[in-house]
Design a protein around this ligand. Structure first.
Ligand code: KG4
Ligand code: ZN
Length: 345
């Protein structure tokens, strides 16, 4: 089945064509990062307007790159939520309009389901059940995946998401938005061990996360250095960056280890924007080697928001017979466990 995927939940317009027999045929992406950089974060109204400008040219581009005609498309998948309401409405309006015009079925995909199934875009040996760590700008969660559509949320962040904490701490260090990858680059020059940040919520049982305290700890550390020296040197900033990054990664690893033990599972998927972090990948691989398990990551291009993961997740649902109504509304808040149904692959 040939499926067109449309992602517009935040600040990336992502379009892809996925074939359930041949795999991913094409994907096109436009990032609005530059548009929002001056504001230090995503401005919802600007995001919606830019999605409107880019969505049709990108659909044309993806179809051309796939070497198919529009009449070949047999289904449409779009991100129905969670996300920014105006941005979601752009993707859902175009998806439902094309479904009506082309007389093909449409499904609304959960954005986080897209992220956690993204490693399956590669032809890999990943069998159910597995544990997935989803770490993005909007979410941090550990999920047990028993099948496509069967998710048990084991733990979530009680405050900031991991990516959000990266972005806010990067801002404190004077880095531009989005700060996560910039902070990671700065941390490469840092000296490990100069500052000791806490590992929040690891001294008690459970799989919840909390990252806002780390941002505050970084703010206090920066203030103390400034009080002592007047101004932070490049090395000071790099040392704060590595201390923060190590604290986030250690905390994530401790919880992943617990979740794997609790579920008696030895496969771990790491997905979402923060899964692009090289140090996180190295440490997770070391952890999984040490316990005789295996870690799976999406290809770097499919860690952050993209249309391919939506096309893939939607294709599984469409191939299984799911058909959504043209009257369906977007769901800016949509708990993952509400999906609660099994879709055979
Ligand atoms: O999944 P994503 O593209 O969008 C959301 O659904 O939120 O994730 C974006 C987040 C941002 O917070 C960004 O700073 C973070 O992922 N991120 C990183 C890295 N690359 C992206 N954080 C740490 N290290 C990275 N290399
Ligand atoms: Zn995302």
């Amino acid at each position: 089945m040939l499926v067109l995927g449309i992602e517009t939940s935040c600040d990336e317009t992502g379009i892809a064509v996925y074939d359930t027999d041949k795999g991913l045929l094409s994907h096109a992406l436009y990032s609005q990062v530059k548009l929002h950089a001056d504001y230090g974060g995503v401005v919802p109204e600007l995001a919606s307007r830019d999605h409107i400008r880019k969505v049709i040219p990108l659909i044309e581009e993806a179809i051309k790159e796939a070497g198919i005609a529009t009449s070949d498309i047999e289904g449409i998948a779009y991100t129905r939520g969670p996300g920014l309401i105006g941005a979601l409405l752009v993707g859902s309006s175009i998806a439902r309009s094309l479904s009506f015009a082309w007389q093909v079925p449409v499904v609304g995909v959960h954005h986080m389901e897209g992220h956690l199934l993204a490693p399956l875009l590669d032809d890999i040996q990943l069998a159910f059940p597995f544990v997935a760590l989803l770490v993005s700008g909007g979410h941090s969660m550990l999920v047990k995946v028993d099948a496509i559509g069967q998710y048990e949320v084991l733990g979530e962040s009680v405050d900031d998401a991991a990516g959000e904490a990266f972005d806010k701490t990067a801002k404190l260090l004077g880095l531009d938005y989005p700060g996560g990858p910039r902070l990671a680059k700065l941390a490469d020059k840092g000296t490990s061990g100069r500052f000791k940040f806490p590992r929040p919520m690891t001294d008690r049982p459970g799989l919840q996360f909390s990252f806002s305290g780390l941002k505050t700890f970084a703010a206090n550390t920066i203030r103390d250095i400034a009080n002592e020296k007047g101004e932070l040197s490049g090395q000071d900033k790099a040392d704060v960056a590595i201390a923060f990054q190590e604290a986030v990664i250690d905390t994530l690893l401790i919880k992943c280890k617990r979740a794997l033990k609790q579920c008696a599972v030895d496969q771990l998927v790491i997905a979402g924007g923060v899964s692009a972090n090289v140090m996180l990948r190295q440490k997770v691989t070391e952890l999984m080697d040490s316990i005789g398990g295996k870690a799976f990551y999406p290809a770097p291009a499919f860690c952050t928001d993209n249309g391919a993961m939506i096309a893939y997740a939607g294709a599984q649902r469409l191939a299984n017979g799911q058909r959504d109504e043209l009257s369906d509304q977007v769901l800016p808040r949509w708990p993952l466990e509400d999906l609660n149904e099994t879709v055979e692959v």
